[in-house]
Design a protein around this ligand. Structure first.
Ligand code: GLC
Ligand code: CA
Length: 536
């Protein structure tokens, strides 16, 4: 039995979207050798682990979330030798590699599905979910979730694209194959797993149940027992349906399921209630604070939080929650970082967040790559929306925003590639890039670096208690974070205007950290996007 250190509780995890991180061979596509060449940079930032979005063999219909072989590396990303080297080079720098596991579906080009199509007699047929008649289930990527196969005269389930058939977790051989595959990666020495859309695997599609199916937690406990449970690994489940009660089921240490989940309540506040993410509504900072405060208090001793503003499916944090105008970009980015990183849980940084990268608006759907965006555009135009209206939604929420190449320097293609990039860069790269950020000691990069270090120095940050502090102003958010050793008060202004707050919130503490260089004389007035931390 391996000793469990729970190393991930004090860690900060950095997400890499391999296609867009660093190209090493000039084909315009980021790859594993490119990542290896940037490990020293990540080591300077101070992160403990990399969550690597899928690098497995795939026809790339959903950029790798459609896997056609879980144990082969996609040629555009490199080879298994490159992968082994990434794990080894990471280890030299105390950086663990967390693999992305897509267990709800495969690619239709996976050999299992190719066999399944041969007919009901084929042993792989039952690895997938079939129905004689479709029901009303919809695909996340638009249209029906059922696809007709003429020669079989039946339908298969795909909750995502038609090229992503859903796996049938009721089939015992399928489960065994998945467990073997996970154990293959554990033996390679990876640091853990992110489990894509894991809340869907207990589905009962004939009853219209997708998330939180009756067998879900049993299946995860079985997974744990047969694979990662015996090791000192991190596991994080993607669960759009989670609330704090459900989060306890996944992450309570006694239940032997996962280390933690990604919950998404705070990233669903800027949409019209009961509608889709494309139906935009203004974000109310006070509501955001209420939601995050709830998560901070309800998992204490009963689970573990993940902390994040963005990932490869979400818009850039600054454009969404802060302010991407040049004068406020870094200021608001630092404010968001400080506000989140004093909370309890494990923070995740999405590539480029640490240099304050922003959204990339498009003028025409031709500039979009993402399958979700393109399908939605077609569907909404059909439904009578105007092009302009749909583009507004795409520019606010489309997934390409996060997937633009990483901005390394001010040279051609920002140092991402010497060839022609698979997706155009954000035009800001001459000003916003790693090189510029590293040269300026006041840049947002160093705010992230310091926050990561603080987490190692003060366990109060990762696991202290959280107390919401009322400020008398809905645009000013504050909380106290404390344990036996330390107490911090975090106060932030979520707007571009000066904001007063009523009470003296500082609790006689000393100013410990701020995103402004000059200190303010007005203790009860916060400047635009000002963040202050007091320590007692
Ligand atoms: C998850 C991934 C997303 C992908 C989807 C289907 O949400 O993060 O990128 O499209 O699952 O696998
Ligand atoms: Ca490449």
């Amino acid at each position: 039995m391996v000793e469990k250190t729970d190393w991930w509780k004090k860690s900060v995890i950095y997400q890499i979207y391999p296609r867009s991180f660093q190209d090493s061979n000039g084909d315009g596509i980021g790859d594993i050798r490119g990542i290896i060449s940037r490990l020293d940079y990540l080591s300077e930032l101070g992160i403990d682990a990399i969550w690597l979005s899928p690098v497995y063999q795939s026809p790339m219909d959903d950029n790798g979330y459609d896997i056609s072989d879980y144990q082969v590396i996609a040629p555009e990303f490199g080879t298994m030798e490159d992968m082994d080297q990434l794990i080894a080079e990471g280890r030299k720098r105390n950086i663990k590699i967390v693999m992305d596991l897509v267990l709800n579906h495969t690619s239709d080009e996976h050999v299992w599905f190719q066999e399944a199509l041969k007919g009901e007699e084929n042993p792989y047929h039952d690895y997938y979910v079939w129905a004689k008649e479709p029901n009303s289930l919809k695909s996340t990527f638009s249209g029906s979730a059922w696809e007709y196969v003429p020669h079989l005269d039946k339908y298969y389930l795909h909750q995502f694209s038609v090229k992503q058939p859903d796996l049938n977790w009721k089939n015992p051989s399928l489960k065994q194959e998945i467990w073997n595959m996970i154990n293959f990666w554990i033996e390679k020495g990876v640091g853990g797993f992110r489990l894509d859309m894991i809340d869907l695997i207990g589905k009962e599609p004939e009853k219209l149940i997708t998330a939180d199916g009756p067998t879900l937690h049993f299946l995860i406990q079985e997974l744990n027992e047969n694979t990662f449970g015996a090791y000192d690994l991190v596991t994080v489940g993607e669960t759009w349906s989670a609330n704090p009660e459900k989060a306890q089921l996944y992450s309570h240490p006694d239940r032997n399921e996962l280390s933690m989940i990604f919950q998404f309540e705070h990233v669903c506040l800027d949409q019209e209630e009961g509608k889709e993410k494309w139906d935009l509504a203004p974000l109310e900072p006070a509501r955001l604070h209420q939601v995050l405060s709830k998560w901070q208090t309800e998992l204490v001793g009963k689970g573990w939080n993940s902390l994040f503003w963005n990932n490869h499916d979400l818009p850039r944090a600054i454009s969404r929650f802060g302010d991407d105008r040049p004068e406020f970009r870094e200021l608001s980015g630092k404010m968001l970082a400080i506000y989140l990183h004093f909370m309890s849980g494990t923070p995740y940084i999405y590539q480029g967040e640490e240099i304050g990268m922003i959204n990339t608006p498009i003028q025409d759907i031709k500039e979009a790559d993402d399958i979700e965006t393109r399908n939605m555009y077609a569907e909404r135009l059909e439904a009578g929306y105007s092009k302009d209206e749909v583009l507004v939604s795409i520019n606010a929420k489309g997934r390409d925003n996060a997937r633009r190449p990483m901005q390394w320097d001010g040279e051609k293609h920002a140092g991402f590639t010497t060839g022609s990039p698979w997706l155009n860069l954000n035009p800001s790269y001459e000003a916003v890039n790693v090189q510029t950020a590293l040269e300026n000691k006041e840049s947002i990069f160093y705010t992230y670096q310091r926050l990561i270090q603080l987490r190692k120095t003060y366990s109060c940050l990762s696991q202290g208690l959280y107390q919401n502090l009322p400020t008398g102003n809905p645009s000013v958010l504050a909380y106290r974070k404390y344990d036996e050793a330390d107490a911090f008060v975090v106060i932030v202004n979520f707007t571009a205007q000066d904001q007063p707050h009523s009470a003296d919130l500082t609790g006689n503490g000393e100013l410990f950290m701020s995103n402004y260089q000059e200190l303010s004389n007005h203790s009860n007035l916060l400047r635009p996007y000002e963040a202050r931390v007091y320590k007692k």
